[in-house]
Write a protein that binds this ligand. Structure first.
Ligand code: SF4
Length: 90
């Protein structure tokens, strides 16, 4: 998740993925990524999200802005698209 344009005392201040060393897990590399590496990277990122105290806020934010990249609130971009479609159908 991006930490740009944060206001004071924002939910992003409590993000479990704030460290640059951790953030790389949440986005694909610039070079082609083998499927097995993508699955492993996404699993690590999702495990971090599971322990994050602001995952609900994070997912809501990503859905609200139609964030097209990365893992937010424990969901990949494809999972967020499916979630939005499901919500639109209901
Ligand atoms: S839910 Fe995941 S992506 Fe969102 S702030 Fe927490 S650790 Fe980061």
């Amino acid at each position: 998740m991006s930490t740009a344009f944060r206001s004071h005392d924002h939910w992003q201040d409590k993000a479990a993925c704030r460290s640059p060393q951790v953030t790389v897990l949440f986005y694909p590399p610039y070079s082609p990524e083998p499927k097995s590496e993508r699955i492993a990277r996404e699993s690590y990122a999702k495990a971090i999200c599971k322990g994050c105290t602001v995952s609900d806020e994070c997912l809501k934010y990503a859905l609200d802005i139609d964030e097209p990249h990365g893992i937010w609130g424990g969901k990949t971009e494809l999972e967020r698209k499916k979630l939005k479609l499901t919500q639109a159908i209901r």
